[in-house]
Design a protein around this ligand. Structure first.
Ligand SMILES: [Ca+2]
Ligand SMILES: [Ca+2]
Ligand SMILES: [Ca+2]
Length: 387
């Protein structure tokens, strides 16, 4: 990735979560007033059978209210499937290795990079307390065009899920949806349906969110917090802006158990990044804290699929059948230079690696792990794309 042209690397990832059986802002406690937070803010995707929080420091999966396994399946066979997940990366800048992203520790902070770096000046981050850089959440059937009374049944259905962790009920949910619709950051890069077809976001005309999706979350973050990046991976920041879109469909079948994620990285460091690796990291827990000890993991390189499953029919939580979680790359990387977007030439370069998850090896993507990965004799335990 090189400057001065803005280069975006896009990786679309789908969580396909399936279970079958025979049988802070975000650390505020439930019961306190709901606060509007910006840095380390979170929102739950909760439109289908999946309930899962996402935080604008890069974190996902972990429930920030319970500090426990957060990726829940909410159908008749309710249960937890992931402890935590995140997107990690590393590359060589000026002959030195730098890494970042989010695993058990989180290397990102809220907001974009407003001034890219140059060979002589560092990039500058936006004010991380600016409320424009919160986590946005919209659904196409609840917005300013419909009154609270008209959509209350929809909100009541959602509120009971959220209220398990947050002191927030239907009226507040409605107010949040209308606010995020009205203030949707289409101009910052958030997706929308271009109703009038003019190629730009027009508030009041265009529809916020991924076209066709039943719910969309979006936020922008950056890696310029030196302490966070060091704690996460032991390196200095690169100067990357990170835009994350999470969306889902309220449908029957596999789509109803699926969450999609798209990650955009924009190199605003002012330097070229060589040998860049990206990876989707996760700590699956099939059955949560009561059931993770029997989990096995594997991968299907043809399908670009990683999976974890119960090795027994009785894992302390799930009983009488197989439960599993699947994580799949559904689109590879693309580069965007000024006007055009084109897929990267990745033939033979997307690498799918896996091994049984071992916490001692997968604490994070550190500088040391990056070098091991490059040496091609170690596994990250997940999926890695080389761009
Ligand atoms: Ca438009
Ligand atoms: Ca685990
Ligand atoms: Ca298990």
């Amino acid at each position: 990735m090189t400057n001065p042209l803005p280069v975006k690397i896009m990786l679309a990832l789908a969580f396909v979560v399936n279970a079958s059986f025979a049988g802070s802002p975000c650390d505020s406690l439930k019961g306190t007033l709901h606060k509007t937070a910006v840095n380390d803010a979170c929102a739950a995707i909760d439109i289908n059978n999946v309930f899962n929080y996402y935080v604008n420091n890069g974190d996902g999966g972990l429930n920030p209210y319970s500090s426990d396994d957060g990726f829940e399946l909410m159908n008749a066979n309710r249960g937890q499937l992931l402890f935590e997940e995140g997107f990690v990366w590393g590359g060589i800048i000026n002959k030195g290795v730098k890494v970042g992203g989010s695993a058990y520790n989180h290397g990102l902070q809220a907001g974009p990079i407003i001034t890219p770096g140059t060979p002589t000046t560092p990039p500058v981050a936006a004010n991380l307390l600016d409320p424009r850089y919160r986590v946005y959440k919209v659904r196409p059937d609840i917005g300013p065009g419909r009154t609270f009374d008209a959509v209350r049944p929809l909100l009541d259905e959602e509120a009971w899920r959220v209220y398990r962790y947050e002191n927030i009920m239907s009226q507040q949910l409605y107010a949040n949806y209308v606010k995020d619709w009205n203030e949707w950051p289409g101009a910052q890069g958030a997706p929308y349906t271009d109703v009038n077809g003019n190629g730009t976001y027009d508030a009041g005309t265009d529809i916020p969110g991924v076209p066709g999706a039943d719910q969309t979350l979006w936020y922008v973050a950056n890696d310029l917090d030196t302490a966070r990046v060091f704690k996460m991976g032991g390196s200095k920041p690169i100067g990357l802006e990170f835009q994350r879109t999470i969306w889902a469909y309220n449908r029957t079948g596999a789509l109803g158990n699926t969450v999609f994620e798209k990650n955009i990285l924009i190199n605003k460091s002012g330097a070229q990044i060589d040998s860049m690796f990206v990876a989707q990291w996760s700590d699956p827990d099939i059955g949560g804290g009561l059931g993770y000890t029997d989990d096995f993991s594997g991968c299907d390189t043809i399908r670009a699929l990683g999976y974890t499953y119960n090795a027994t029919n009785k894992d302390g939580f799930f009983r009488g059948g197989a439960a599993r979680a699947r994580l799949r790359f559904c689109a590879g990387a693309a580069r965007q230079n000024r006007q055009s977007v084109r897929p990267c030439d990745l033939q033979g370069r997307i690498q799918i690696r896996c091994e049984e998850s071992r916490h001692d090896r997968l604490q994070h993507l550190s500088v040391q792990q990056f070098n091991l990965l490059r040496s091609d004799d170690q596994c990250l335990g997940g999926l890695s794309g080389v761009v």
